[in-house]
Ligand binder design. Structure first.
Ligand code: NAD
Length: 499
């Protein structure tokens, strides 16, 4: 199938070490959310095309799985270097298709490098155990072996970082990999894949197939694929968990979020307010670790938080992230990902008004001069929000914040724990007792103490609880090595001379 649009680049698939024009059932435009302009075209690849990528990965595994681990990490060292040298160009591609600020895109690239660097430690991370003297003349050994082909289904909000939560670890452990990009943001991985090829990753070890759920289904249905990592919304995470369990595949299914920030009366309010606005409005509230619910403890704290948070929200710079005047702004509120997302968000704001919350700051109806076609929503704050209201229950994934009141820390923790999601949760306090209680009792996978975006560095595991993560297999760091390896336990004995 040839390109159907003129003047924009058609994304290609990368299969078996070759860039190929996709066999596709159609294609769709890739939109710059900051302007509304179509900047590329993505093919909707077929099941057959995906199966070809899986077959190429299976073929490559025969050699790659037997390649010494110290050799397998060599291309990753090179990749880290060449990606760093090309960081600015890639970050700008990322901004153009995703709409986050350049500062956020650069921060995302830093996490990419960090994950590659951690995976370079695989000669140590993949080591097993040995017990000398399991019995008389007998030793026991645990060996951690790769398994074959792994798949990954990616979301739109971190076009570079989220695939790198998995791919460097998968290939360093000796597996081969098929990535399905998000059809909304396939351009960043297109640029990065060229570096992966140039770094000397052998043909078939890493493959990219662009498209929609047809590609995802082909990966999940394939009897060749050993495991699937999914990152995206909770309804799809449910589908992935269900399908993979039925076909006896390993899976990671990381879902949606509604991250709470609890403000105690003793919190250092000056720094806290800024920290909260950054958490709520960075990446237009489309980080899986963004906060969208603030719980203030006590009447006085609630009143102060409502007033100061709304005031500070008004100071947020709403702009096209690629406007040269604002490119270097550390905190810029850009567009949401699409017109469709914007319409859904506007509907939810309407719901909030109808269910009785107070719209203390209305971000509807904004325009950004010179970028009128972009999908912008200004900072939006609801106060008088009660637990269980639709705007509190739902992951709005936007710069829309709910402020709730609790009388005590116990009540605040209850609000966090009763929520369906449990990705991240933070407390603002200077009191060690409150902090410790929150750390131990709050049901969220990643906890912050005076940190509004408690996203762990790549040396530590990343993952949530409850509906934010199916199966407690976290990503990054040492945790992911377990996902990509299968233990064999060997009991061994040799008979002595004459015996
Ligand atoms: P999404 O669920 O719409 O899509 C994610 C991926 O799944 C895409 O590649 C998409 O093509 C594919 N997909 C969609 N429907 C499918 C189906 N029925 N069957 C198989 N595959 C299907 O998510 P999104 O809008 O791209 O990303 C935003 C979501 O991701 C938010 O909910 C956010 O919280 C979540 N997220 C979570 C984490 C985390 O660590 N928990 C990290 C990043 C993003």
């Amino acid at each position: 199938m040839g390109p159907v649009m003129t003047g924009v680049a058609l994304m290609r698939n990368y299969i078996g070490g070759k860039w190929v024009e996709a066999e596709a059932s159609g294609s769709i435009g890739i939109t710059n959310p900051g302007t509304g302009d179509v900047i590329g075209e993505v093919p909707l690849s077929t099941r057959e095309e995906t199966n070809r990528a899986i077959a190429a990965a299976a073929e490559a595994y025969k050699t790659w799985g037997m390649t010494p681990v110290a050799r397998r990490v060599q291309p990753l060292y090179k990749l880290a270097q060449t990606l760093r040298a090309d960081e600015d160009r890639i970050a700008r591609i990322l901004v153009a298709e995703n709409g986050k600020s350049l500062t956020d895109a650069r921060a995302e690239m830093k996490r990419v490098f960090e994950n590659i660097e951690v995976a370079c430690g695989m000669p140590v991370l993949q080591q097993g155990d040995k017990l000398i003297g399991a019995s008389f003349d007998m030793d026991g050994e645990v060996v951690r072996l790769p398994m074959g082909v792994f798949g990954m289904i990616a979301p739109f909000n971190f076009p570079a970082m989220v695939p790198f939560w998995f791919l460097p670890y998968a290939i360093a452990t000796g597996n081969t990999f098929v990535l399905k990009t998000s059809k909304q943001v396939p351009m960043t991985m297109q640029a990065i894949t060229q570096h992966i090829e140039d770094a000397g990753v052998p043909p078939g070890v890493f493959n990219v197939v662009n498209g929609d759920s047809v590609v995802a289904d082909a990966i999940m249905d394939s009897p060749i694929v050993q495991g699937v990592s999914f990152v995206g919304s909770t309804p799809v995470a449910r589908i992935v968990a269900d399908k993979c369990a039925k076909t006896n595949k390993r899976f990671q299914a990381m879902g949606g979020a509604k991250n709470h920030l609890v403000v105690m009366p003793d919190a250092k309010m000056e720094g806290v307010i800024r920290n909260m606005t950054t958490s709520c409005y960075g990446c237009a509230g489309q980080r899986c670790m963004a906060s969208s619910a603030i719980v203030a403890v006590g009447d006085a704290t609630y009143d102060e938080v409502c007033e100061r948070f709304v005031e500070d929200s008004k100071k947020t710079l709403l702009a096209n992230p690629l406007d040269p005047r604002h490119e270097e702004e550390p905190m810029l509120l850009g567009p949401v990902i699409s017109k469709r997302a914007k319409d859904t968000i506007l509907g939810l704001i309407e719901d909030g008004i109808n269910e009785g919350a107070t719209l203390a700051l209305d971000g509807r109806g904004v325009t950004v001069e010179g970028s009128e076609g972009g999908f912008y929503i200004g900072p939006t704050v609801f106060t008088d929000v009660k637990p269980g209201m639709k705007i509190h229950r739902t992951e709005i994934f936007a710069p829309v914040v709910c402020i709730l009141k609790a009388d005590t820390l116990d009540e605040a923790i209850q609000i966090v724990n009763d929520h369906e999601y449990g990705n991240g949760a933070s407390i603002y306090t200077q009191n060690g007792y409150y902090a410790r209680k929150f750390k131990l009792e709050a049901l969220a996978g990643m906890i912050g103490v005076n940190v509004g975006i408690p996203a762990p560095v790549a040396y530590l595991p990343f993952g949530g609880m409850k509906a934010s993560q199916w199966a407690d297999i976290k990503t990054q760091g040492k945790a992911i090595v377990n996902f990509y390896t299968q233990d064999k336990i060997v009991t061994e004995r040799y008979f002595g001379e004459g015996g």
